[in-house]
Design a protein. Structure first.
Length: 211
């Protein structure tokens, strides 16, 4: 009986690995087919900073205008869901990909004086600032661009990653002090990835969200 169970488990692992390899090559070939010249420049509101995506210049955080901006820090940073500046500190999403083709997001804190980058949390997305000024993050889930509901690579990653919530269980909502990075409050919410998120967390103060 034990031998039969072991054989079945081994077969399932082999099937998952072959599905993962097939998905990987499908993603990579699609990316090559869609390759084109890119030069996009997205200012961060309230600052002279911008995020650049380019096939001619390094991706990264820039200071200045589109035509004369200077590179501060190379990397693939986010501009759409959340970027918050406080003096010489910028909280921002950083995107990374793996050799298996998965895209990950982590929240980092950048010191503009020293250009030091500190990683706050992996598999975490900064979604914005709440009504009372705290940063609001989603922690413990894979980006939708990975198609976690059908991508076998995500199952392999979940088996080894720490703090990653199972598919369908939403995410952990985390409120941060923007000055210190201290976690002020967190809650697991199965509806955190739905349309209720903004009204439930971003449009309220920390105390209202707790209540």
């Amino acid at each position: 009986m034990n031998d039969a169970k072991f054989t079945m488990n081994a077969l399932l692992i082999v099937v998952i690995i072959f599905l993962a390899i097939g998905f990987f090559f499908t993603v990579k070939l699609g990316a090559l087919a869609n390759h084109f010249a890119l030069n996009e420049y997205y200012p961060i509101e309230g600052t002279d900073l911008a995020v650049r995506y380019s096939s001619q210049e390094p991706d990264g955080l820039y200071r200045g205008s589109r035509n004369s901006g200077s590179l501060l820090l190379e990397g693939t940073f986010g501009y759409d869901w959340g970027a918050a500046a406080l003096g010489d500190t910028v909280w921002i999403n950083e995107y990374t990909d793996t050799s298996l083709g998965l895209m990950h997001c982590r929240v980092v804190r950048l010191d503009l004086g020293t250009l030091r980058k500190e990683v706050f949390s992996e598999d975490t997305v900064l979604r914005g600032v709440c009504a009372s000024g705290e940063l609001v993050c989603l922690r413990g889930y894979l980006l939708p661009s990975n198609s976690p509901e059908v991508n076998p690579l995500c199952d392999l990653y979940r088996a080894t990653a720490r703090g990653l919530l199972p598919e369908g269980e939403g995410a952990e909502v985390v409120f941060l002090d923007p000055e210190t990075g201290e976690v002020l409050w967190s809650v697991r919410d199965p509806e955190a990835l739905t349309d209720v998120f903004e009204a439930r967390y971003l449009q309220r103060s920390l105390e209202e969200a707790r209540g």
